[in-house]
Ligand binder design. Structure first.
Ligand code: MLT
Length: 400
């Protein structure tokens, strides 16, 4: 179930001498929208039932356009960080009449008891605010962040590394289906239900998180399966911990660094994320990542990907864009992968990392196999889940 959207009217007494909705009145409207949302969900007393009170520790509001008496504003709420005792909520207000973005806000809360001491965020609240995932993830604190990670099955380990602006749910099919393997699918820092710190993102940091995650799970080595940005991270992991990698799946990805133009596009996208939020990133990315067949023939897949992208924490989006912009070129690494079982999977209609690039990578890695999957764009495991899982099975079985 998506979180309820809340429509609230602007009253004249909330406006200033120029007839604009006053900036201070916004605080009340954002708060009213939160209470309304709770009333339509677990109830106003969801906190007090657990003896917890959410105290606001930080508020950031961006005012984008003026609103006037009589306007109806639509408030959307999303949880962008769920810590042990704190959480961050992002809210947007749009004018219903013309869909103009009026304001965006981020509120950091700490749950405290009657004596003002921090206490855990009530589980019921977290479950209500994070409807995208089932309760099957565990949380592990590694390398200074708490990561949500799904771990299933027994056998040789396969570590799934998702792309941008996505989360671990892209791996739902192979994680459910690859029996006989220990499937590990984390939300990277800044994505899904993992912590989304404001700063400190790089492909090196992501790779260190993953190495620490394997340590925490007591796993020495794994097959790495990286989708797009996940591939960039896999290259970094191999540069540092080659001995821990038993095989490599490169999915819809590439080895080259960003061009100067590509770096400028990353900065522009980061500006969009900051000013207009994750929903705007989702709108611009959707047509680039899905094939024409998916866009026209699978509305439920389109909506699933849109919701995944639009639920991304802004700090995580901005962090990932900077990490991708600054990532090193991995072309020189490819010939050195001789002896590492490698398969390269690509959607036939992948525009972001097209089959020609995948073919060039396959030719540069001695012994690598290339598989082009028809009907898919840049998101193979979401657009062609069964075909992707079949290829993964074949590859995993081929590893000595
Ligand atoms: C991804 O899917 O991870 C990104 O689109 C990769 C990129 O933008 O380079």
């Amino acid at each position: 179930m998506p979180l309820p959207e809340i429509d609230l009217p602007v009253y004249p007494n909330e406006c200033d001498a120029f007839g604009h909705l006053n900036q201070a009145a916004f605080l009340s409207l954002f708060e009213r929208a939160r209470w309304e949302m709770l009333m339509r969900g677990p109830g106003w007393d969801v906190f007090t039932r657990s003896g917890a009170w959410p105290a606001v520790r930080k508020t950031v509001i961006d005012y984008h356009a003026a609103a006037f008496p009589g306007d109806i504003l639509r408030f959307q709420q999303a949880l962008t960080h769920h810590g042990r005792t704190s959480f961050t909520m992002r809210q947007t207000a749009r004018r219903v009449r013309d869909d103009t973005l009026i304001a965006t806000a981020e509120f950091v809360f700490v749950c405290v008891d009657g004596g003002g001491r921090p206490i855990p965020v009530p589980r019921e609240f977290g479950d209500f605010m994070s409807p995208r995932h089932g309760g099957d993830a565990q949380r592990l604190t590694v390398n200074g962040v708490s990561l949500a990670v799904e771990v299933r099955g027994e056998g040789p380990a396969v570590l799934f590394i998702h792309g941008y602006p996505l989360d671990r749910s892209v791996w739902a099919h192979p994680v459910a289906a690859l029996e006989g393997y220990r499937r590990i699918a984390p939300d990277l820092r800044g994505a899904g239900e993992s912590d989304a710190p404001d700063l400190g993102y790089s492909v090196e940091t992501y790779a260190r998180d993953l190495a620490a995650l394997l340590d925490a799970l007591g796993i020495d080595d794994a097959v790495l399966c990286g989708l797009s940005m996940g591939g960039y991270i896999a290259f970094e992991f191999i540069r540092r911990w080659r001995a821990r990698v038993r095989g490599l799946v490169l999915m819809d990805t590439r080895a080259e660094a960003d061009t100067a133009e590509g770096k400028r596009a990353r900065d522009a996208a980061a500006g969009t994320a900051r000013e207009r939020g994750a929903a705007a990133i989702a709108e611009s990315m959707l047509p680039k990542v899905l094939s024409a067949a998916t866009l026209s023939g699978s509305p439920e897949t389109v909506e699933r990907v849109r919701a995944m992208m639009a639920g991304s924490p802004v700090s995580g989006l901005v962090g990932a864009l900077g990490a991708m912009r600054d990532r090193p070129d991995s072309t020189d690494l490819l010939p050195t992968l001789a002896g590492l079982p490698t398969v390269i999977l690509v959607g036939e209609e992948d525009e972001l990392t097209p089959p020609a690039r995948a073919r060039a990578m396959a030719e540069a890695i001695p012994g690598a196999r290339l598989v082009v999957i028809p009907g898919a764009g840049h998101l193979l495991p979401v657009e062609r889940p069964s075909a992707t899982t079949d290829e993964l099975f074949d590859f995993l079985r081929s590893i000595p």
